[in-house]
Ligand binder design. Sequence first.
Ligand code: AMP
Length: 479
Amino acid sequence: MHEKCGVVGISLADRDAARPLYYSLYALQHRGQEAAGIVTHDGFQQYDHVDTGLVGDVFDNDDLEQLNGPNGIGHVRYPTQGGLGECCAQPFSVSFKSGSLGLAHNGNLVNTEEVRQELATLGHAFTSNGDTEVIAHDLARNLLEEDLVRAVKSTMSRIHGSYSLTIMHDETVMGVRDPQGNRPLCIGELDDGYVIASESAAIDTLDGELIREVEPGELVVLHPDGSGYDTYQLVEQENTAHCFFEHVYFARPDSVINDELVYEVRRELGRHLWEESGVDTDVVMPVPDSGRSFASGYAEAANEAGNDVEFAEGLMKNRYVGRTFIMPTQDERERAVRLKLNPIKSTIEGQSVTVIDDSIVRGTTSTQLVELLRDAGASEVHVRIGAPPIIAPCYLGIDMASRDELIAADRTIDEIRDEILADSLSYLSIDAITEALGKDHEDLCLGCVTEEYPYDIDGEELDRDIARPQIDSVANADD
Ligand code: AMP
């Protein structure tokens, strides 16, 4: 199950956390539109409201008023094909002997089955096939025998994969990031408390200050009275495995991820795209909204190099159409692109055009787009893409389609160009990605563009020396 989601956790001095959680989920809506949920605690009991739908539809005033307490966590869930259902909406909550537990997860474990089977033999019953429930059960079991910090450490020693979690044990809110920091997670300060969120845009929305990233392998425990937080570096790993695609597509441009403003990284990638494969055309235009920052960097670099390129909006987006990915059939996806984008003929007619997007996945968008621009009278259509060809699936939380659906999985760039009927097509190199992000190859997850993953995934190549936890022999982590 792919869970490309948004998580948040808040502890405040003496006001209810429900509304700030609700606003933060709005800020994280781009990370998941299938379902949303909030779980709060008032020191006595846990309250929850979780449902399918967009944040604005899931909660009304009454719902928020019933979510009592100054501590809470929230979650927005990404739509997965055929994966709709309340069974998988989060935060996941359980009550057990030593209290209540709520858990919100962004990422994807790669050893869920092993941990689930081990817990099942110990008598744990599961209500979903999701990995979040497995983490919750493992943690609940550890909490019967260990204090909070040791219990989290024990769970971290058994689960393998990508996870940025917000957790609430009774009224204590925590944030945990997997030892390689695959998905983002950051801490922020509010006037009267603290917040942990997937992206800093959620902190901005609350008028808070970004303090820093949660470090890979780190646990952050917020004081339930909003007065501060404690941190514990529970697992050390030599290299990180930050998902490069967060910077390219997924995160909001106004978020700071891994200490970089996403907007600036995308503009820098656009500049690299010009340097690597610039073509002199009358007009440069973005695919809205995902290509916009790339196109502005690209056009700026083109003009600095002495060209006279016009940066124009040639495509208008109908923002009320859902993401093309939600459509289950190829036919519906193709129609959705037409519904979603309409050309502004005056900027296109008779012009040679460079159109820039962040990525090509199945090729639906680019194919439709080239046709759309030619129909609108473009004399040439050149496609430039701000990421390398996506040749393999993501097992770590981004719904990227399977290999047989990925247009670049078994085609050369020339073959793809033939298929989308562009005059030319270029992707960005992996070197440009590492340079713009200021990270070594060894500190990024580039699995979908290299077919080598920094996590041990059945049937895939491992790009580094990482051992999976041995479930049978590791019952508890060393102190
Ligand atoms: P495709 O039409 O299948 O080639 O997908 C490429 C388009 O979808 C681009 O415009 C991207 O901005 C967008 N995109 C890329 N990755 C994803 C994803 N994981 N989920 C939804 N949209 C995506």
